[in-house]
Design a protein around this ligand. Sequence first.
Ligand code: AHG
Ligand code: MN
Ligand code: MN
Length: 339
Amino acid sequence: MKKVTTLGQFIIERQADFPFAKGELSRLLRDIGIAAKIVNREVNKAGLVDILGDQGTVNVQGEHQKKLDVFANEQFISALSCGGETCAIASEENETLVHIDSAVSKNAKYVVCMDPLDGSSNIDVNVAIGTIFSIYRRTSFSGPAEERDYLQKGTEQIAAGYVIYGSSTMLVYTTGKGVNGFTLDPSIGEFCLSHPDMMCPKSGTIYSINEGNYVHFPDGVKQYIKYCQMEDKHTHRPYTSRYIGSLVADFHRNLLKGGIFIYPSTLKSPKGKLRLLYEGNPIAFIIEEAGGRASSGFKRILDLQPKSLHERTPLFVGSTDMVKQAEEFMMKYSPVETV
Ligand code: AHG
Ligand code: MN
Ligand code: MN
């Protein structure tokens, strides 16, 4: 019989990679796994329990919150609060830091950034959605966590990952020693190691971008799209276009199959749409650990210095050769950076 490794077992085994760790990071990752299972349970029966549709509120980004955005936010905050390993959370759904006010949490070493429900526009139509998280060591020494604890470059991340609620539910994460994927086995309620040491193919034939925004794209992106669509047997072009509209799902597919995902700056959003702290950085950490590349079109995402919790960044991410090529088009046709 094939040996099954659960997420819990795997986390404990890997704790040995951090000789001075006291287990807090392991507990934090385990808590995220528990919240993911609860969100997964609700996503699976969303149509039955009145959890679809709008909440009737607007978040700090000016976006209409869905009931599931709010539910997932509450579940992750609650799971992370109980564990006591983080003193505050930066979430897409909260304008300011959510401080965790408990005796155990106030000296916690870690801070967490998260997009509790990614791909909100797909919730009501049964298309894959996700959760993204990123963990840093706190830099302030005492008292409540401060914004500067969060305004660290992506290179300082201790761990990052995502959950994809898709045809099956998976949790994929890295602590800087490779990327591992776990599939939820609903019969035992455990995430089981299914994708050890994930690597992104060096090149691919998929490009993912919302082409509806074409007229607003920088010339570099327009030219790159034309390049993707041109016929050339040697480079397996034309490439195929795949765009789900959930970053987690588009990224996950390209990580496994090889490809490039682009959400560039546009005339309407000069810094792009995606958020650096809880979308760009965790996704960039994962892709680099899987041998791929992530850039703003000009600079490595992980080297960007964040200035605010909800700031945005253009994102070019995926197979190394494809991202490099897209960067060359940006340099040639759109040499003026917007970030
Ligand atoms: P969120 O649901 O967390 O606000 O994120 C939505 C993001 C991301 O998941 C996706 O890649 C992108 O928005 C899609 O945007 P467009 O609809 O503009 O293509
Ligand atoms: Mn998102
Ligand atoms: Mn979201």
